[in-house]
Design a protein around this ligand. Sequence first.
Ligand SMILES: Nc1nc2c(c(=O)[nH]1)N[C@H]1C(S)=C(S)[C@@H](COP(=O)(O)OP(=O)(O)OC[C@H]3O[C@@H](n4cnc5c(=O)[nH]c(N)nc54)[C@H](O)[C@@H]3O)O[C@H]1N2
Ligand SMILES: Nc1nc2c(c(=O)[nH]1)N[C@H]1C(S)=C(S)[C@@H](COP(=O)(O)OP(=O)(O)OC[C@H]3O[C@@H](n4cnc5c(=O)[nH]c(N)nc54)[C@H](O)[C@@H]3O)O[C@H]1N2
Ligand code: SF4
Ligand SMILES: [Mo]
Length: 722
Amino acid sequence: MTDLARSETHADAPRPGTAPLTSVAEVDTHCPYCALQCGMTLRATPERVEVRPRQFPTNRGGLCQKGWTAAELLDHPDRLTTPLVRDRPTGQLRPASWDEALDRVTDSVTALQAAHGRDSVAVFGGGGLTNEKAYALGKFARVALRTRQIDYNGRFCMSSAAAAGNRAFGVDRGLPFPLADLARADTLLLVGANVAETMPPLVRYLVEQKQRGGTLIVIDPRATATARQATLHLQPMPGTDLAVANALLHIALAEGWIDREYVEDRTAGFDAVRRSVAGYWPAQVERLSGVPVADLEAAARALGTAGTAIILTARGAEQHTKGVDTVTAFINLALALGLPGRPGSGYGCLTGQGNGQGGREHGQKADQLPGYRRIDDPAARAHVAGVWGVRPDDLPGPGLSAYELLDSIGSPEGPRALLVFGSNPVVSAPRAGRIQRRLADLDLLVVADFVLSETAAMADVVLPTAQWAEEDGTMTNLEGRVLRRRALRPPPTGVRTDLAVIAELARRLGATRPVDADADADGPRFPDDPRLVFDELRRASAGGIADYAGVTWERIDAENGLFWPCPAPERPDTPRLFTATFPTLDGRARFVPVEHRPAAEEVCPDYPLYLTTGRVLAQYQSGAQTRRIAPLRTAAPNAFLELHPDLAQRLGVVDGDEVRISSRRGEMRAPARLSDTIRADTVFAPFHWAGAARANSLTNDALDPTSRMPEFKICAVRVERA
Ligand SMILES: Nc1nc2c(c(=O)[nH]1)N[C@H]1C(S)=C(S)[C@@H](COP(=O)(O)OP(=O)(O)OC[C@H]3O[C@@H](n4cnc5c(=O)[nH]c(N)nc54)[C@H](O)[C@@H]3O)O[C@H]1N2
Ligand SMILES: Nc1nc2c(c(=O)[nH]1)N[C@H]1C(S)=C(S)[C@@H](COP(=O)(O)OP(=O)(O)OC[C@H]3O[C@@H](n4cnc5c(=O)[nH]c(N)nc54)[C@H](O)[C@@H]3O)O[C@H]1N2
Ligand code: SF4
Ligand SMILES: [Mo]
């Protein structure tokens, strides 16, 4: 390594190509957590960073408790401010210089790739990363590591809806219309979405919809805070939404509520779907799902006779081995009623993570290149290779999906090194006990994070990275609106941005052209300035499905965000898709017949109850961030098992009792929380906690055949007093 290289690796030394970040007193930005990306203003006072809500179309001046307290992690005592490496003699993590930590990574990566091939090193990304980071990480894997093994946690999140959207509409943009449309829908159907806890400011739109006389229907096995606001709550057994959707279409057909003209002009394949739903008699679906015929009929009527209607799915419907087909069943219903593309009407998926939408467009997915292009498409490879300054043949092919990638560790062909940016799979992966053992089998685990997450605690090298208030970048929210994250202040001493880490690793691996090369010299570059990365992303995405070519930071600022596709700086953006045609070969949306099938694991005498999992308001995801924030810990201090009082009585359990929950894969312990809002054949646990309270010790790792989404939302368990 050259002297220049060494001097560049000190965090406090100026790094060429990095725009200096200066502290500002106040900045308009967005919440770091969910896909609503609520607008907020950060203000630096001598004591602390203050959060104030800001008017933005998604939150209209509202914030949830997580947003209000987001800044508490910036100066938190748990914050990592120095790299850590695992000491060889003691096996403990100890502080190290950036040089030592990065050397450990690149020496080990180089040796493993020489001995076991390029694919022995894998990358795991996250849907919370900015567009710039997601793009740089995908490029780093393909160009610097030249591995096919990269995937990300979005596979656990919205991949089923993405696959169904692509199949039906030729594109996957979670909401193909602005969020404000929700308030204009005469009927709004939420399937497996608990927005009152997962996106609280969104409830403003539901209230407005109701005030305008609208009907809200919620499908959820629990009477959640969201379901309690509904005009009609359908409470099915978990894993039966597909049958419910087919029954709704069956009824709509029988009643003559189909939009024949729309089906004729704008779609293909309706006949096969019409035939396939013929067998979904309401009475039969009542037996299967537990939803009374009268409720099925009322829901079908509310949708079928409405002037405008919107159907939204979220994880409750999607995180199943039949998630893609379940979403497809609701899309079939939406198409038959003529909804997609009409103002105030349509189908959408509520994307979850902060950049869940952008994170799935720029190439951190195993089968994908930037612009939502396919990595096995020769034209896409040629275009992206041109932007990256490499030969198309040098780009690897598709790799394994997130769970399969993690699960293949330890097998002869599996990865021996894993670099994690923005995920905590020890807590959030299905069948997590097994994944934890797999991670322990790695020769090298590298985790970039700002706290010592459960996954980072297992790492050989931990790289401390910047938080959201310390870096610029862009995020694409649940509407497909690209918006700006703005830095309030530079990262603390000792901390680097993810982009700087990626750039430095690429340089040390010899994958970048020399720093002093001509501006137009050949070879790949890894800038760490987000703006340069974004400009390259625009070129890489140009002509793709998710086309950002016309999105500039200046336009985002001037226009309150821009909706992709936006193919040129002088062209308008696209708030509303499908108004005239669908981006399929013939411009028509596709109906696809889908049939109900049982969950991968059904109840039996040994495991007689259904377990479903999800979220609570005050905790976020694996909890690595929010379990460290005092007010959130007070609001939601621990895991629990929600169960019906009748079931509790049968089990001899009273409220607050510690219970042991067992599945074929593992155990969890938590206090019982009795509630008559849940079905008596089903129990619910949040997945935000680790250790003995980890819900994912129980969950099933069976995958949807198309999206490779794990079945987080249903498995069979037994519950006993501990
Ligand atoms: N507070 C908070 N907010 C978040 C997050 C968080 O961790 N905490 N995470 C963000 C992310 S990444 C995501 S993906 C979103 C997720 O947002 P949601 O999808 O709203 O959240 P979940 O709680 O996972 O699931 C929603 C509901 O599905 C129900 N459900 C379970 N099984 C079934 C079923 O078989 N059918 C139906 N119809 N419903 C079922 C559950 O009872 C639950 O109420 O939230 C985002 N916002
Ligand atoms: N049982 C069950 N399991 C589930 C789900 C469920 O409903 N039930 N939901 C699934 C879903 S939808 C999701 S999205 C996943 C999410 O689960 P995870 O992928 O584990 O998501 P997070 O907890 O957000 O993990 C993000 C980690 O990265 C760090 N981090 C955040 N931002 C950045 C950044 O910009 N750079 C770097 N380097 N690090 C960062 C955080 O500190 C944290 O440690 O969980 C899935 N697991
Ligand atoms: S709803 Fe989502 S984006 Fe808005 S404040 Fe809460 S966590 Fe942040
Ligand atoms: Mo998610």
